[in-house]
Design a binder for this molecule. Structure first.
Ligand code: CIR
Length: 257
């Protein structure tokens, strides 16, 4: 039996023009990006997910980072309002895919902003990064939608990092992974924290059971996860990392795990 639907969105041929906040622009190989994305999609399918495509949006260089456009929580899809105005044209395609999937939909309205990359769900707690792309008003609206769904929304002030999930994510047991010495978020907000030595090592997606999606750029952390009895699902995403993307932002899992 599968876990549910995983949304992905094919990379735009203009991926190389995507937004950059902290990294220098370097050449992106469009063909390699397409094949890495196909492998990423296959990894989700092999892990038990039914992969559905959001229609490509070739005019939107960052559209492959579909996570930023919708937050799925407790049976509700909240269409976001990305903090970067250039990305708001990505929403229409995501909305169609959510409607096709038959999931009830709500939306963050102006002037609120919220990026899905800022939302980290651990059990019934929904941590939301504030200070980068997501505003206090965006968090307030998300909290309103989730209030009657037994979720607690906890804002987390961000340091110099694009999204909350660029700084930390969590293992299946809720342990937060953070990069040693990086100090990008106040770790005291979280219960149990394990520090890792690779920046990409703090980007993981629990895929169900012991499976944990992780980038090939974090080989030592993948080894650590295996030593903890987890099953690392390793994907090469170098072309997306050049645009400040990571394993989390290339999918939206329409399931509460
Ligand atoms: C952006 O700046 O919006 C994109 N270049 C990268 C978005 C990555 N999204 C994510 O980590 N959730």
């Amino acid at each position: 039996m599968g876990y549910g639907t995983a949304l992905v969105r094919p990379p735009s041929s203009r991926l190389a023009e995507g937004l950059l906040t902290y990294l220098e622009r370097v050449p992106v190989e469009a063909g390699l990006a397409r094949s890495q994305h196909a492998d990423y999609r296959q990894a989700l399918a092999d892990s038990g997910w039914s992969v559905e495509e959001v229609a490509a949006a070739d005019d939107h260089p960052d559209s492959v980072f579909v996570e930023d456009t919708v937050v799925y929580c407790a049976g509700l899809a909240v269409l976001t309002r990305p903090g970067a105005p250039q990305r708001r044209g990505e929403l229409a395609g995501t909305e169609r895919a959510i409607t096709n999937a038959g999931v009830p939909l709500a939306r963050i309205e102006a002037p609120g902003t919220l990026d899905g990359g800022d939302v980290l769900q651990i059990g019934s707690t929904v941590y939301v990064g504030i200070g980068g792309r997501t505003s206090a008003e965006g968090i307030r609206q998300l909290g309103g939608y989730l209030a009657d769904r037994e979720r607690t929304v906890v804002p987390v002030r961000l340091g110099p990092v694009l999204h909350l999930k660029s700084a930390i994510t969590a293992l299946p047991d809720g342990t937060v992974l953070a990069e040693r010495g990086a100090n990008l978020v106040d770790q005291s907000a979280f219960g149990s924290v394990r520090e890792v030595d690779e920046s990409a090592g703090c980007h993981v997606v629990p895929l169900g059971g012991d499976q944990v999606l992780i980038a090939a750029s974090a080989p030592r952390t993948a080894e650590l996860l295996a030593s903890l009895g987890l099953d690392p699902v390793v994907v090469e995403i170098s072309e997306f990392e050049k645009l400040e993307g990571c394993v989390t932002c290339l999918n939206v899992l329409l399931s509460d795990r």
